[in-house]
Design a protein around this ligand. Sequence first.
Ligand code: CTP
Length: 399
Amino acid sequence: MLEGKNIILGVSGGIAAYKACELVSRLKKLNANVDVIMTQSATKFVMPLTFQSLSLNQVVVDTFSEPKYWEIEHIALAKKADIMIVAPATANIIGKVANGIADDMLSTTIMATRAPVIFAPAMNTNMYLNRIVQNNIEKLKSLGYLFVEPAVGRLACGDIGQGKMEEPEFIEQKIIQILSSKSDLKSMSILVTAGPTQEAIDPVRYISNHSTGKMGFAIAERAAARGAKVTLISGPTKLATPEGVQRINVISGKEMFEKVMEHFKQSDIIIKSAAVADYTPAEVSTQKLKKKDDELYIKLNRNTDILLELGKIKGDKVLVGFAMETQDLIENAKSKLHKKNADLIIANDLKVEGAGFGTETNVATIINKNGTAEKLPIMSKVELANIILDRASKLIKRT
Ligand code: CTP
């Protein structure tokens, strides 16, 4: 089942290292090629010879005594990996990677690989729940690293709580799931914007809209699951970061514009599902505005139209915009497509049941720059996300 797949297993120093032996044996039975990298402390728990016998490959153990071998080897392994798994992952290795420290074979290989990396943490429950460890895990997740959460149970130290490394069978399933998922977008970089923006009036008030971000998050999740490198620039939402997605949080339309511009160059497809506020207060009061007896007038300035600006510089990139309308859906969406030089506009009629903010479904018509309007039935946002990705990826010009 995993024939021809190169799996790198990083073993860091914890009692759960013995479970990593079973993981190697399971992966070998599925015909994967497994290379094991051990940290020095891991060798105190399991002998390298054990992994060598199970993997039928040389085990790489951290050693600074042979720097040349070490430097070349980590790049070679990092390059050939289809997936990398760190099991058990101690607080130490998680902390190192989260903070950019690459001072041994395992941490440098993680840093050098472009393959998906899964961490299977194993540690004492208080350590696992420590805010520092949790912050590091959050940071790694937001950068696209994957996690197999530890189970709750009786730990080696006698404590009961979360921190037990997941069973090898479970980790094996996760590896299979990732390696066998449809990877038709593998060579693509996709930039997605999502959610509302908040335009500050004063330190406690802002102007915003009802966008929840569900459509954009569904697109980001599907794109990552189909193998794309995904950057999600999101306004304030309550949604969790989809697995494998690099997320950048912004508040205002101005901030979203700046972040989109930063990431535009590296992207093949840009999908602008964010509901960016069209206007922003001309002045943001530094103090809370106190109420007075007469009316309050707030002067609003136009926010930069991000899609319009991208349309001017898009070149070969595929640009997808959204249009939310309450009347003349097709005409308005077509004129948006031309005005903003987009390749596709996903048009929603807010008056149709099942479309719009906060719902799990959407009813869309896809307007293509070739003049077609593809009317789709009501479907889940996840299904629509897949169709948008199908249509957008078809428009990429291959050289
Ligand atoms: N958009 C953008 N930057 C803005 C406003 C909108 O990039 N400042 C993008 C949205 O992400 C969406 C598309 O433009 O992809 C359409 O947004 P919409 O607000 O519906 O259209 P407008 O062009 O603002 O037109 P109108 O408000 O007149 O409907």
